[in-house]
Design a protein around this ligand. Structure first.
Ligand code: SF4
Length: 279
């Protein structure tokens, strides 16, 4: 199966699972969307949605927000991450919208990224959601899910993921794919404990395939003899070292033999980890 075919199959399955692939941020206007997306950087949509109703009530337009000081905006957003920086960004962006863009949110990528607090990802979201332009915004969920499934090959920077996804997903589907991958990452392929047992993508997923290749648990280990059992040498140890494997993942290892084939003596489970692309 080519990566393009895999991407098609992934989209078909996610569409069946996620009926409304759209942003979960609350907004009514392009300006409110811009504000919400700026606030959502390194913060959850749910938390942003808690603060935006009062913020939008107080400052419903760029003109209204442009008149506010950073100190006046701050209390409305104090519970989101990095409230100081974001209050500064909102004040500066609102003034720029009024001074340079006639109070409108600009509809080109180049103009959007001139605004304070608007990077490539935020601009892509605005282009796709507000203006229905083809764009794939790569956030932490899209980054992780695209790599885990293998829609991109070991793409270790957001731009590399964006380029890789654009190569394998038809342009008309970029906006929808962005939301499908985000929502899949948020609710199923979560960072710490992906729920593979209820995922529709197991047959297509490189990460799941790698998990299946991990060594099976061992029975009959004796934790009194040591915290870990080294299967390669048959000895127990309490204090392993760490080694980076050929996939760049840090693994527990036997300091004497260098073997990474360790098992937890209490549970019998392998200590080997698979690269999971959490950022
Ligand atoms: S099978 Fe598991 S790792 Fe793969 S996409 Fe589904 S939840 Fe994520």
């Amino acid at each position: 199966m080519t990566r393009r075919e895999k991407a098609q199959a992934v989209l078909v399955r996610l569409r069946a699972r996620i009926p409304r692939p759209e942003t979960e941020l609350g907004y009514r206007t392009e300006f409110e969307l811009l504000v919400a997306v700026i606030l959502s950087a390194q913060c959850t949509d749910a938390r942003v949605n808690l603060v935006t109703p009062a913020l939008f009530e107080a400052y419903p337009t760029p003109e209204a927000m442009a008149k506010a000081s950073v100190e006046e905006i701050f209390p409305y957003i104090r519970s989101v991450s990095y409230p100081n920086n974001k209050a500064k960004a909102l004040a500066a962006t609102s003034r720029m919208l009024v001074d340079e863009f006639g109070g409108q949110v600009p509809d080109t990528h180049a103009q959007l990224t001139r605004l304070k607090g608007v990077g490539r990802k935020t601009a892509n979201v605005i282009m796709a959601v507000a203006f229905d332009e083809p764009a794939i915004a790569v956030d932490t969920h899209v980054f992780r899910v695209a790599n885990r499934i293998g829609l991109v090959k070991d793409a270790l920077a957001p731009r590399a993921v964006e380029d890789g996804l654009q190569r394998v997903i038809p342009k008309d589907d970029w906006g929808e794919a962005h939301h499908l991958l985000i929502l899949h990452g948020r609710y199923t392929c979560t960072a710490r404990s992906p729920q593979c047992d209820r995922c529709p993508l197991t047959e297509l997923c490189d990460y799941f395939a790698a998990l299946q290749k991990l060594p099976a648990p061992l029975d009959g280990l004796d934790p009194k003899r040591g915290r870990y059992f080294v299967k390669t040498t048959g000895r127990y140890l309490d204090e392993p070292t760490t080694k980076v494997d050929r996939h760049g993942v840090e693994q527990l290892a036997d300091p004497v033999s260098g073997s990474m084939n360790l098992f937890d003596a209490r549970t019998g489970q392998t200590t080997k980890r698979v690269k999971d692309y959490r950022v």
